[in-house]
Design a protein around this ligand. Structure first.
Ligand code: FES
Ligand code: FES
Length: 178
């Protein structure tokens, strides 16, 4: 990088998934870059890099943010939750298992952001309606699965039922929904 374009290098102390972490970063680096390129935490995905797709979603002190729009230095003293923090020694958490069981992913590139965004929703509202889930996830784009299976996976965890009006075409067999 051109020296004139470089910012200052600073030490950031933060907590990632409950673990105290320190890293050096350029003041102009995004938190997404810090997670992936400095800390090697590649679960958080980079796609649009301009705040439009939600692939890079993380929780910053419990608030849902697109980490491509947050500077690494803004993580100072904060608590970060990334997709790597969802599973524990027992394995995948119920939401992750539901995504697998309901086939709610294909390439999986959008999945970390959708899981984190869904966690943010369920932390606030454990029993959202289908409409509330769809509204909340409007900032998370998926280019390959389609959204119905994602919604169904979430509803299978919350105990809600998918609305008939949003039945997935691929789930219709000879005119009947599975
Ligand atoms: S990579 Fe951050 S919103 Fe798309
Ligand atoms: S599963 Fe491929 S982008 Fe969502």
């Amino acid at each position: 990088m051109d020296a004139k374009l470089k910012g200052e290098t600073v030490l950031v102390r933060t907590s990632v998934n409950g673990r105290e972490v320190e890293f050096l970063c350029d003041t102009r680096q995004s938190l997404l870059e810090c997670l992936r390129d400095i800390l090697g935490m590649t679960g958080t995905k980079e796609a649009c890099n301009d705040g439009n797709c939600g692939a890079c979603a993380i929780l910053l002190d419990g608030e849902l943010v697109n980490s491509c729009l947050v500077l690494g230095v803004e993580a100072e003293g904060k608590e970060l939750t990334t997709v790597e923090g969802l599973a524990d020694w027992r394995g995948l958490n119920p939401l992750q298992k539901a995504f697998v069981e309901q086939q709610a992913l294909q390439c999986g590139y959008c999945t970390p952001g959708i899981l984190i965004a869904t966690k943010a929703l369920l932390d606030r509202n454990p029993n959202p309606t289908e409409e509330e889930i769809r509204f909340w996830l409007a900032g998370n784009l998926c280019r390959c699965t389609g959204y119905d299976k994602i919604i169904r996976a979430i509803l299978s965890v919350t105990g809600g039922a998918p609305s008939a009006t949003h039945a997935c075409e691929c789930d219709k067999v000879e005119g009947q929904s599975r």
